[in-house]
Design a binder for this molecule. Sequence first.
Ligand SMILES: NC(=O)c1ccc[n+]([C@@H]2O[C@H](COP(=O)([O-])OP(=O)(O)OC[C@H]3O[C@@H](n4cnc5c(N)ncnc54)[C@H](O)[C@@H]3O)[C@@H](O)[C@H]2O)c1
Length: 131
Amino acid sequence: MTTVAVVGLGRIGSVTAGCLAELGHRVWGVDVDAGKVASISAGRAPFLEDRLQPILQRAVASGRLTATGDLRGALAESSIAMVCLNTGSSDEGGTDISGLLEVVDQIAELYRAGEFSWFAAPCRREHTTAF
Ligand SMILES: NC(=O)c1ccc[n+]([C@@H]2O[C@H](COP(=O)([O-])OP(=O)(O)OC[C@H]3O[C@@H](n4cnc5c(N)ncnc54)[C@H](O)[C@@H]3O)[C@@H](O)[C@H]2O)c1
């Protein structure tokens, strides 16, 4: 059993959080959108996704999934972070990853002294880093 922070509870993050909890992991789901946090806390899927609703219900009822707006608190409880934030377009027409970098900075601040793994959905590949 691993304790995982899933940052961003959108289409990728809420499914990831629910499925990790279903597999028996302890999951802290984090989002800046209070509506998504409230919805998942009540065991309700924030959008239509086949089979997600019962998975979230079981995850929350079992105490394996907690949704929160508190990134720092969730990271402090976790040994892995999966960052599932949306990315926008930059003025130059590229990908705007400033939101992602803000979250990574907060991870770095907390874990400067130790070792911590993080994965970012936008890059579609694993990054593991030690601070
Ligand atoms: N949806 C897909 O099929 C898919 C497939 C592969 C990769 N991706 C990539 O995965 C990433 C996530 O996609 P998605 O479809 O889940 O996006 P989404 O827009 O559905 O969800 C993103 C969530 O991140 C939250 N968020 C934004 N800033 C935050 C912050 N600072 N702290 C915490 N939460 C924050 C938003 O409120 C939102 O709920 C995107 O970068 C996307 O390109 C998506």
